[in-house]
Design a protein around this ligand. Structure first.
Ligand code: HEM
Length: 416
């Protein structure tokens, strides 16, 4: 393994570090070159930057997503179940292995799948148009706060059948929950995380109880129906599943839309291509996911000694795959740092891979395609505001913009 003295380690490999936050690929390219399987002892994990290694780890069912199988002191254990974790640890399918993972995923997929997402497309379009209609009359707004953040929350809350009046509370809970991935969170952030977890769990449990009395056509009702049909789904599991659906897609889809807006405005030639050929929208979203993925990394635990890229990793140790680095591996992508909406080799790991491949990928793709298309249709002269520079987030695991201020020039006609 690598010489840990000389190589970036620990928090230097997260957006808490200003260099990594603003120029992650300078760090990751150098690391891939020097030590693609990097012994990051500062955080107790092996850190992987090659596409092929990341893909193999994600596909390997012999590795655990459940952090309770990790050795105390390793990254996976420390962040999720060690001292300071958001106790009690209540795993959703994301952090369970088979057979529980398979059972929960199968039941959730019955209600939440490509078909249900396709049926939502007209509503996603309408919600996006309403958000654009509600923009302030003066020229200039923050795309994240006004558009990219509310859209996914409103969509998933509608799918779950949650009251629109509670949206602001959901956004606050969702944001506080994101600290669950932060290995350096403060006591105050841990307290906010626990409060958000309790608040959200209580809310969903009450909603599930209501659905027993009065069934709707929403996702919570579908899970309650599965439980009542004897599908081996406990109330606790309904709560953790809805909790996961409510938070897993919010920040991430916000970041996908925000990263897309920023990339396209920084590459006017690519935006021009997309305007000329709206049929490129789906490919453009895949290229945004490859180039600037919202989830920076995922982690697994070795349940027995395993060899990755020729390096032996001990049982109980953590393996972190850098999805950011995987998308820019020159072994996998020609000219990897070039952003090209017509690129053919867009293949990426932004939604993970293997058994835990993102269940919300069809929804995230639909939302991003619609949001970007509508925004640029509505504002043909959209540009980054030179007086209010965009600011990246400082949140480990996630990769996105905190603020992206834009100027619209003239306000275009309504598209809906
Ligand atoms: C651009 C937006 C999104 C990105 C980049 C993203 C990324 C990911 C990634 C990387 C994983 C795998 C994590 C791992 O292997 O450890 C994952 C899993 C998951 N995602 Fe997403 N996600 C997005 C949107 C959504 C949405 C909109 C939802 C649902 C509303 C969602 C629900 C889930 C669920 C339920 C899992 C767990 C699947 C399992 O464990 O079997 N995601 N996502």
């Amino acid at each position: 393994m690598s010489d840990r003295q000389a190589l970036p380690s620990g928090l230097q490999l997260t957006a808490l570090d200003p260099t990594f936050r603003d120029r992650p690929h300078e760090v990751l390219d150098a690391l891939r070159e020097a030590a693609p399987v990097h012994d990051d002892r500062a955080l107790g994990r092996v850190f992987l930057t090659r596409f092929a290694d990341a893909e193999a780890v994600l596909a390997n069912r012999g590795l655990a997503a459940d952090p309770r199988k990790a050795t105390p002191g390793t990254y996976h254990h420390r962040v999720y179940v060690g001292a300071g974790a958001a106790a009690p640890f209540e795993p959703s399918m994301l952090q369970l292995d088979d057979p529980d993972h398979r059972r929960l995923r199968r039941l959730t997929t019955q209600a939440f799948n490509q078909r249900t997402v396709e049926a939502m497309r007209p509503r996603i379009r309408a919600i996006a148009a309403e958000l654009l209609d509600a923009l302030p009359p003066e020229d200039g707004f923050d795309v994240i706060a006004a558009y990219a953040a509310p859209l996914p929350i409103i969509v998933i809350a509608e799918m779950l059948g949650v009251d629109a009046a509670d949206m602001a509370q959901f956004k606050a809970w969702s944001d506080d929950r994101a600290q669950g991935f932060n290995p350096a969170r403060t006591e105050a952030q841990t307290a906010a995380l626990r409060a958000a977890q309790d608040g959200l769990n209580g809310y969903i449990a009450r909603a599930a109880a209501e659905r027993r009395e009065r069934r709707g056509s929403d996702l919570i009702s579908a899970l309650v129906a599965a439980e009542e049909a004897g599908e081996q789904l406990t109330l606790r599991e309904i709560v953790t599943t809805c909790h996961l659906l409510l938070v897993a897609g919010n920040l991430t889809t916000t970041d996908l839309i925000g990263n897309g807006v920023h990339l396209l405005l920084r590459h006017p030639d690519q935006l021009g291509r997309l305007r000329d050929r709206p049929d490129l929208a789906a490919n453009a979203v895949e290229e945004i996911l490859r180039h600037d993925p919202p989830v920076a990394q995922t982690t697994r635990t070795a349940t027995q000694p395993v060899t990755i890229g020729g390096v032996e990793v001990a049982a109980g140790h953590s393996l972190t795959t850098s999805l950011l680095a995987a998308g820019r591996d020159p072994e996998r992508h020609a000219d990897p740092h070039r952003f090209d909406v017509t690129r053919r080799d867009t293949g990426h790991l932004a939604f993970g891979g293997g058994p835990h491949f993102c269940l919300g990928a069809p929804l995230a793709r639909a939302e991003a395609q619609i949001a970007l298309t509508l925004l640029f249709e509505r504002f043909p002269a959209l540009r980054l505001d030179p007086e209010r520079p965009s600011r990246r987030k400082s949140l480990p695991v996630f990769n996105g913009w905190q603020e992206v201020w834009v100027r619209t020039g003239a306000v275009g006609p309504s598209t809906d």
